[in-house]
Ligand binder design. Structure first.
Ligand SMILES: Nc1ncnc2c1ncn2[C@@H]1O[C@H](COP(=O)(O)OP(=O)(O)OP(=O)(O)O)[C@@H](O)[C@H]1O
Ligand SMILES: [Mg+2]
Length: 487
């Protein structure tokens, strides 16, 4: 059956209802009820359809209805080839165009063998809203389906349409990078970092492991629900500077189409503000706390030696829990480690879902075990100095080289030196039009040799200092022994 037939049947039904209104005036109530039931059965025999309307603006709302937008996108993808008149919506600052069906268009959809008719309509209202920036036009989508499918349409099909539509909206929207500028609110800019898992240089096996983990996470909504866990996952990225921790976060956001909330803990004044900020984040996002060891005063290691004695006295006092809280404080603010942990475990679970929380650090050993235990930080990812596998990815990305005679000396040198992928990348980038792949590789070899030599000299210097220190401590202790003897 085509849409027109359904509409025609609708008109027939309207006619019957009119006849029924006249009938009601002439017949007594009891007889009326009998006839009414008869009409109802007759009606459902001739017009066995139900319709559901989705207006663009819900009454009293100034924003377009999310359901309407989701349906618009769903129908654009699932039926735009069948609609004859299409409407172009320009998004992403004019960078891409999304097609949707035009007003008064009709399309059909199929779901588990059922047929569903969709139509777009528009009514011109006399009352114009000041806020919806419309000109009195009220658009809506109308779904028509057979009444015997009512249950499955309302319980399953509509969820399917809304979920798919929302996913399409998420994919085509501009992603945002949020920062906590002032106290308890987020400022955002458009997130356009070019880093992807393709450009990220690391051992292929390790990369695959992370990719698998992420893809499993995003598909596990039902699983998390089944096992009673909130749908979130914590990653701890650790490693020396310039090994790609920040680049990996950007690659994750690009892969999953997530927003990023870059949380600067030192500018959050207390736990209450921290909660407000975190509650203000949306799902499908990555909450990032960079250099967590610098934001949280976990061990007090950064205190000067002068304060050492004072600290020891404080340690005595710390046996009581009120003092312990002081220790947890973040430098310059009143946010505590326990406040952060509470959020990750408690409130965190209660607000929203589908979130990653990523901590980064250059010093894994400085972190409080409470912060990084599994369940809080589910996956620990080490980003290390450049190995040959990492170098090969960089050479492919920066120089378009898969192999070269100079690869083997570079491979040997990389085993003997600690150099970050950031430094390797810097050396692989041609600095002038005269440079080519080979000259870049030669340059890198020079840098690697230099850093190898520097490391050798430093090791020598270190062992010299150590030797002289242990010598002087022997002298000191023998002095003490002789003075003890004198006393
Ligand atoms: N593994 C990598 N793959 C590709 N590029 C990398 C990698 N590591 C570093 N780089 C390059 O080096 C630059 C610096 O890397 P990035 O900021 O990701 O390092 P980081 O580990 O976050 O350092 P820090 O600890 O100082 O924050 C990046 O812009 C990127 O171009
Ligand atoms: Mg970084």
């Amino acid at each position: 059956m085509i849409m027109k037939d359904v509409t025609q049947l609708g008109s027939v039904m309207a006619g019957l209802m009119f006849v029924w209104a006249i009938f009601q005036q002439w017949f007594p109530e009891e007889l009326g009820n009998h006839i009414q039931n008869y009409f109802r059965r007759l009606g459902s025999y001739f017009y066995p359809y139900i319709t559901i309307t989705f207006p663009e603006y819900q009454s009293g709302e100034f924003k377009r209805s999310k359901a309407y937008i989701a349906i618009e996108r769903y129908l654009a993808i699932n039926s735009s080839d069948r609609a004859k008149k299409l409407k172009a919506n320009v998004i992403k600052d004019g960078k891409s165009v999304v097609l949707s069906m035009d007003d008064y268009e009709e399309v059909t959809d199929e779901f588990e063998g059922m047929k569903i008719w969709w139509s777009s309509s528009i009514t011109i209202s006399q009352q114009r809203s000041l806020f919806t920036n419309d000109d009195g036009e009220k658009r809506s989508y109308k779904l028509t389906c057979h009444r015997k499918h009512r249950e499955i349409i309302t319980k399953v099909y509509l969820h399917h349409v809304l979920d798919e539509g929302k996913a399409i909206v998420m994919k085509s929207r501009q992603r945002k990078l949020y920062t906590n500028g002032n106290m308890t609110s987020w400022n955002h800019i458009i997130f356009e970092h070019p880093s992807t898992f393709d450009t990220l240089a690391m051992h292929p096996e390790k990369k695959k492991d992370i990719l698998d983990d992420l893809m499993t996470f995003i598909k596990s909504k039902d699983y998390y629900k089944k096992v009673g866990r909130s749908w979130k996952r914590g990653y701890l990225l650790y490693g020396p500077p310039g090994t790609g921790k920040s680049s990996m976060i950007a690659a994750m956001a690009n892969l999953l189409d997530y927003d990023i909330y870059d949380l600067e803990l030192t500018s959050v004044s207390n736990n209450t503000d921290l909660k407000k900020l975190l509650i203000g984040t949306t799902s499908k996002s990555i909450i990032v706390i960079e250099d967590i060891d610098c934001s949280l005063d976990l061990t007090g290691q950064r205190k000067k030696k002068k304060e050492k004695k004072q600290k020891e006295k404080e340690k005595e006092k710390e046996k009581n829990p009120a003092q312990k809280k002081e220790k947890d404080k973040i430098t310059g603010s009143d946010v505590t480690l326990s406040g952060l942990l509470n959020f990750i475990d408690g409130l965190w679970s209660a607000c929203g879902s589908e979130r990653l929380i990523v901590f980064t650090t250059n010093h894994l050993e400085k972190l409080d075990p409470a912060l990084i235990r599994r369940g809080r930080m589910d996956k620990h990812i080490e980003l290390s100095y450049c190995c040959f596998e990492t170098f090969k990815v960089l050479a492919k990305n920066y120089l378009d080289l898969e192999s070269h005679d100079l690869f083997s000396p570079i491979s040997r040198l990389l085993e003997e030196t600690n150099i970050s992928p950031a430094d390797v990348a810097e050396n692989l980038m041609p600095k002038s039009s005269q440079e080519n792949a080979e000259s870049c590789l030669k340059h890198l070899i020079k840098v690697l040799n230099n850093s190898k030599e520097e490391a050798r000299l430093k090791a020598m210097e270190d062992s010299r200092v150590k030797a002289s220190q242990s010598e002087s401590s022997i002298v000191e202790s023998s002095d003490e022994e002789s003075s003890d003897g004198e006393g």
